[in-house]
Design a binder for this molecule. Structure first.
Ligand code: C5P
Length: 403
């Protein structure tokens, strides 16, 4: 975990149920040696007592705009100047709307308006409120002004709904905030990631593909970005939104993925091939829809180019990481692939089990690298696993390329 001296964060806490998670966020920011001053809205104080934040931040909590005593201690302008970064977590729909309109009718909105420090928001609200056209317009306006958004994530909500609007977990917010101060494990490193399946067309309406959803590759790309890397993601067809701060290039077939990767591989420092690329494609794509006949049919298939092996064979190649999805003899197959494809590292996962792999939220990985090293990363949510994997990649990459 990166430690950063003397960095000052004003943490704005607005009135949502996720306010209780902001207490944990203070701890995680403090763990990274940030100095934190908390500003609470009146509604936030209905959820969590200021004393909690005072104890965790070791600083008085700021609540009132027009309180003579508070203004004499550290008023809104001093707070705005003190901050190296203003983070609002949770940022409710109401706060987003008031910030978008430039309101300054309480301490939090006034500090946001008065500061020249970067403003980072971690939205948290019910999914309908997040998807409402008023909120969409406010978010667009704030993004256009250079405000950064962390999340929201998707999942179970306090109101019983499931969908987008959950505040990101405190650890992720703290890590992504820390990156803005520099000091991430992959600061200044160019990372190229492939993700998702490919589609190999048979005719204008049919294609060959596999069960990959892209979740693991997207989580790996996001974890690399969290550590300060500049990330490009070449993605096959998925339903996933582009992760914020990442340059996504959308492709359909293995051939397109190969071309987009090769156009970028020489410029990247680390290449992570998490895509489930089709190994075969139809020898021909029919111009018109193939008509069914009475008898059996056969497909004439040809091999696709191996993208990760192609990158690994380049002269001045990036640190190259492959994935291996296996239904049996995991480690033996992965070792063989590591050697045969000339990779620096391989992350192997069992597929075909109900609790992990394709389309699942969780996975487990066996990671192997060149000089016989290995690490087991146990069953965990893909985002968490991706962070552990990126930690290992950064370690091995830095061992070969000391900063
Ligand atoms: O040989 P296999 O397909 O199992 O190897 C898996 C690894 O190779 C993954 O990292 C995958 O992204 C990569 N791969 C590739 N291009 C292909 C086939 C696989 O980059 N055509």
């Amino acid at each position: 975990m990166s430690r950063l001296p003397n960095r000052r964060i004003v943490l704005g806490v607005a009135g949502g149920i996720a306010a209780y998670k902001a207490a944990d966020l203070v701890r995680r920011l403090r763990d990274r040696d940030f100095e934190v001053r908390v500003v609470m809205t009146a509604a936030a104080r209905e959820f969590v007592a200021p004393l909690t934040f005072q104890a965790l931040s070791s600083n008085p909590v700021h609540c009132a705009l027009l309180d003579e005593q508070a203004e004499a201690g550290m008023g809104h302008i001093e707070l705005a100047r003190w901050a190296d970064l203003v983070l609002v977590a949770p940022a409710t729909a109401n706060v987003l709307a008031r910030l978008a309109c430039g309101f300054a009718d309480d301490l939090l909105t006034t500090v946001c308006l008065a500061t020249t420090a970067p403003l980072v928001l971690a939205p948290a609200m019910n999914r309908q409120m997040w998807q409402a056209s008023a909120t969409r317009a406010n978010v667009r306006l704030l993004l256009d002004r250079g405000v950064a958004m962390l999340g929201p994530g998707e999942g179970d909500q306090a109101c019983g709904d499931v969908g987008p609007g959950r505040m990101l977990e405190p650890e992720e917010i703290a890590a992504r905030t820390a990156v803005r101060f520099g000091g991430g494990a992959l600061e200044g490193v160019e990372v190229l990631v492939t993700a998702g399946p490919t589609r190999e067309a048979l005719d204008p309406v049919r294609f060959l593909t596999n069960h990959s959803t892209g979740k693991m590759g997207y989580a790996v790309a996001a974890a690399a970005e969290e550590e300060g890397a500049r990330v490009s993601l070449v993605s096959g067809p998925t339903t996933l939104p582009a992760p914020p701060g990442i340059d996504r290039i959308e492709v359909t077939s293995a051939e397109e993925m190969y071309a987009e990767v090769m156009a970028r591989a020489a410029r990247c420092d680390i290449f992570i091939a998490a895509a489930a690329v089709a190994d075969y494609r139809p020898a021909r794509c029919a111009e018109q829809k193939i008509k069914k006949g009475d008898g059996p049919a056969a497909l004439d298939l040809v091999r696709t180019a191996d993208i990760v092996a192609g990158v690994a064979a380049m002269g001045d190649r990036p640190f190259t990481v492959g994935f291996a999805a296996e239904t049996e003899s995991l480690e033996a197959h992965a070792k063989d692939k590591l050697r045969r494809k000339g990779l620096d590292m391989i992350a192997a996962n069992r597929v075909g089990l109900p609790d992990r792999g394709f389309a699942s939220e969780r996975n487990a990985l066996t990671v192997l690298w060149g000089d016989g090293g290995s690490r087991e990363l146990g069953l965990a949510p893909k985002a968490e696993l991706a962070r552990s994997l990126i930690g290992l990649v950064a370690e091995r990459y830095r061992a070969e390329h000391p900063a």
